[in-house]
Design a protein around this ligand. Sequence first.
Ligand SMILES: NC(=O)c1ccc[n+]([C@@H]2O[C@H](COP(=O)([O-])OP(=O)(O)OC[C@H]3O[C@@H](n4cnc5c(N)ncnc54)[C@H](OP(=O)(O)O)[C@@H]3O)[C@@H](O)[C@H]2O)c1
Length: 251
Amino acid sequence: MINAVGTPQSLLLLGGTSEIGLAIAENYARQRSLTVTLAARPSERLDAAAEKLRGLGATVRTIAFDALDLDSHQKVVDDAFAEGDVDVTVLAFGLLGDAEQAWQDHATGVELAQVNYTAPVSLGIALAQRLRKQGHGSVVALSSVAGERVRRSNFVYGSTKAGFDGFFLGLGEALRPDGIHVTVVRPGFVHSKMTEGMKAAPLATTPDKVAEVVVNAVRARRELVWAPGQWRLVMSVLRHIPRPIFRRLPI
Ligand SMILES: NC(=O)c1ccc[n+]([C@@H]2O[C@H](COP(=O)([O-])OP(=O)(O)OC[C@H]3O[C@@H](n4cnc5c(N)ncnc54)[C@H](OP(=O)(O)O)[C@@H]3O)[C@@H](O)[C@H]2O)c1
């Protein structure tokens, strides 16, 4: 159960090698003894992530998870809940890919849509049923400012995040009567393996800083947060800029 100061005892990380997801798990593991399930494609990176969390005192197990294998999602969720309640579930898997290739190459664009939108919907539906049965729990959905106002420079990724964002805001409303809480998180540019080699954007941040935002948001049962928080103000302006001007902005 989540304790009086809002710290969970058990966490499921869907995207068990995500740098942001792991920073969230590590933040919690430093606060309290934590049971973590890392759901990810098997890899050395996954093994190293599990070892690092064990080094922080967490009990860790791994589950094989491929976002593209939609038929396996129910089993992934069932396995994750098989050994007891899950207090916090973080959806942290995702693809950025090459923005120009994504709208010109069929396979690339479809993979991005499936990993970033179809798979989260598939898992969100499976999760919702388990959480309602369990009667408590928080879900953290890693969205992006890119989905808040989709721009030409990465519109395939942005459109997947717009759909993702809308789905999890809606799921939060649907689960509210059951006492299940959903936090949608909109980070800007985060230094992680997803953005490796890219020029940092303004307000760039780190996985640890995003983790702090997430931990505070879950504690306060916030529904929607930006990381860093200044993005909220920036986006409230960008959202309303007329298209002819918006397309001329260097973003
Ligand atoms: N970094 C940013 O600037 C930023 C900004 C806003 C939002 N976000 C979002 O935050 C989330 C976490 O990103 P991050 O920065 O932590 O990136 P990351 O370290 O690259 O993590 C993304 C994870 O997604 C996993 N993944 C990709 N395709 C998968 C598939 N088919 N099946 C299972 N897992 C798959 C990868 O697993 P493998 O190890 O198997 O490749 C990887 O661990 C993502 O949803 C991202 O869109 C990131």
